[in-house]
Write a protein of this length. Structure first.
Length: 275
C-alpha cells in the first residue's frame, strides 16, 4: 500500500507540474492582452492581473490594424484547397499502392527517402520552380506546396485501405466497375475516419505554418494569420499587449477545433496502427 500510494502521489504531482508548465505561457499571453499600454509601461508582470478584465481594445486594434479579417479569409482558402488536395492525392496513392500490381517497395522507399530529406535543403530549387511557373507572390504557391502529400498522410490512408476487403473490389469488377469507380464508390466512402484524421492534422500544420507564406507571399494583401501576426513587430513592436491580443486571435480557432475534434485524431491514429 505504501508503494502504491507513493507511486500514485508521484503520478499526480507530475501531472500537476506538467499542467502548470503547459498552461503558464498561454495564461501569460491572455493576461497581457487584457492590459493597457500604461500597465505595460509601468512594468506589470506577465502573470499579474490587469486592472480591467473586460478590456478588449487591444483585440480591436489587432484585428483592424493587423488586417486579420483578410488574413483569415486567405488562410481559409489555402486550407480548403490544400487539405482537400492532400486528401485526394493521399487516398489515391494509398489505394494504388495497396491494390495495384507493380514493384511497390521501391516506390515506398522513395517516399521514405523524400520524407528524410530536410525541406530547407531543397528550398532554392523549389523557389526557382515556383517562380518560373508564375506562382510567386500569389495564393497558389502555398496551395501547391502544401498539396504535396507527406508520408504520414499516405501511411494513415494505407492502413485503412488494407483493412477494406479485396472481395468488395472483385464484386464491383464483376459488375463492370473500373478502378476509379471502385475508388470513388467503395474505397473513399470507407475512409472517413482516416480522412478526419488527415484533415485535422494537415489542417493544423497548414494553419500554423509561417515559413512558406512568408517566403512565397511577401505582399501584405496576401497575408495569412501567421504572417499578419509577424507584421505586428513593426508599428507594434514595443506594444506587447497588442501583440498578445493578435496571438490569442490566432490561437483560438486552432484550440477550439482541437478540443472538439481531438477524439477523431486519437481514434484515427489508433485504428490505423492496429488494423
Amino acid at each position: 500500500m505504501t508503494r502504491r500510494t507513493v507511486a500514485r502521489t508521484l503520478m499526480y504531482v507530475s501531472l500537476i507540474v506538467a499542467t502548470v508548465v503547459v498552461l503558464l505561457p498561454p495564461a501569460a499571453v491572455v493576461l497581457t492582452s487584457l492590459k493597457s499600454e500604461r500597465e505595460m509601461a509601468n512594468g506589470s508582470g506577465a502573470l499579474a492581473l490587469p486592472d480591467d478584465l473586460l478590456n478588449f481594445s487591444n483585440y480591436a486594434t489587432a484585428f483592424q490594424d493587423g488586417r486579420m479579417l483578410a488574413a483569415f479569409a486567405n488562410t481559409a482558402v489555402i486550407l480548403l484547397l490544400a487539405v482537400g488536395g492532400t486528401v485526394l492525392i493521399g487516398s489515391m496513392t494509398a489505394y494504388a499502392i495497396d491494390r495495384f500490381t507493380f514493384r511497390k517497395k521501391p516506390v515506398v522507399a522513395l517516399f521514405l527517402v523524400a520524407a528524410l530529406v530536410p525541406g530547407v535543403t531543397t528550398q532554392v530549387a523549389t523557389f526557382q520552380i515556383v517562380n518560373s511557373l508564375g506562382m510567386f507572390d500569389s495564393i497558389w504557391a502555398p496551395i501547391v506546396l502544401y498539396m504535396g502529400t507527406d508520408i504520414v498522410s499516405i501511411y494513415i490512408f494505407l492502413q485503412f485501405v488494407r483493412s477494406i476487403p479485396v472481395s468488395l473490389d472483385e464484386a464491383a469488377r464483376l459488375d463492370g466497375a473500373n478502378a476509379f469507380t471502385i475508388y470513388r464508390r467503395i474505397i473513399f466512402p470507407l475512409l472517413k475516419p482516416a480522412i478526419a484524421t488527415v484533415v485535422i492534422v494537415k489542417g493544423i500544420t497548414t494553419y500554423n505554418d509561417f515559413y512558406i507564406p512568408f517566403l512565397y507571399m511577401p505582399s501584405e494583401d496576401l497575408g495569412v494569420i501567421s504572417t499578419s501576426l509577424f507584421r505586428f513587430k513593426g508599428p507594434f513592436g514595443a506594444h506587447w499587449e497588442t501583440v498578445s491580443a493578435g496571438a490569442v486571435l490566432v490561437i483560438l480557432p486552432t484550440l477550439i477545433v482541437f478540443l472538439f475534434l481531438q477524439r477523431f485524431i486519437y481514434n484515427g491514429f489508433t485504428k490505423g496502427a492496429t488494423r
